[in-house]
Design a protein around this ligand. Structure first.
Ligand SMILES: [Cu+2]
Length: 149
């Protein structure tokens, strides 16, 4: 009898500890999300979220000239039509071969689609960084790893 009540007492205290832990986790999460909400109200410190996609023609790209195709949309899915978009291809230094870099300006076609032709200097792995600017100021960027043939 006394043992049973002790066990129950332990169970209850264990349970309430779990509740306390959960309550703490919730309050921490709320504190974090309220900080994020405050941050997102300050556009000068927060970059707007852009949806950037990248593709090439041919795909995968080949050594030589390729067409790069980028779509830029804002957080609500609306095409961004007034941006300056560049695709910068970087291949890191390989042994004695220095880093290779080539930046291609893409022209707006329509409905948030930016296209341009640029050289891939050699086969292998490159990082393509798509940079989106408006009035010279970065509003978003995204890195796309590619393997050229
Ligand atoms: Cu290389």
């Amino acid at each position: 009898m006394s043992q049973t009540s002790t066990q129950r007492g332990q169970k209850i205290s264990g349970f309430s500890r779990t509740i306390a832990g959960a309550a703490l986790a919730v309050s921490v999460a709320m504190a974090v999300s309220s900080q994020m909400a405050v941050a997102s109200q300050k556009p000068e410190t927060q970059k707007p979220m852009l949806d950037i996609t990248f593709s090439s023609k041919p795909s995968p790209p080949k050594t030589g000239d390729n067409t790069f195709d980028v779509m830029v949309k804002d957080a609500s899915g609306k095409p961004v039509t007034d941006a300056e978009v560049t695709a910068t291809l970087v291949m890191p230094k390989m042994g004695s071969m220095p880093e290779m870099k080539n930046s291609v300006a893409l022209k707006h076609q329509k409905e948030g689609r930016y296209v341009g032709t640029g050289q891939v200097m050699m086969a292998g792995k490159w990082d393509v960084t798509v940079m989106v600017k408006r009035a010279g100021k970065e509003i978003g960027s995204k890195k796309f790893p590619i393997t050229a043939q």
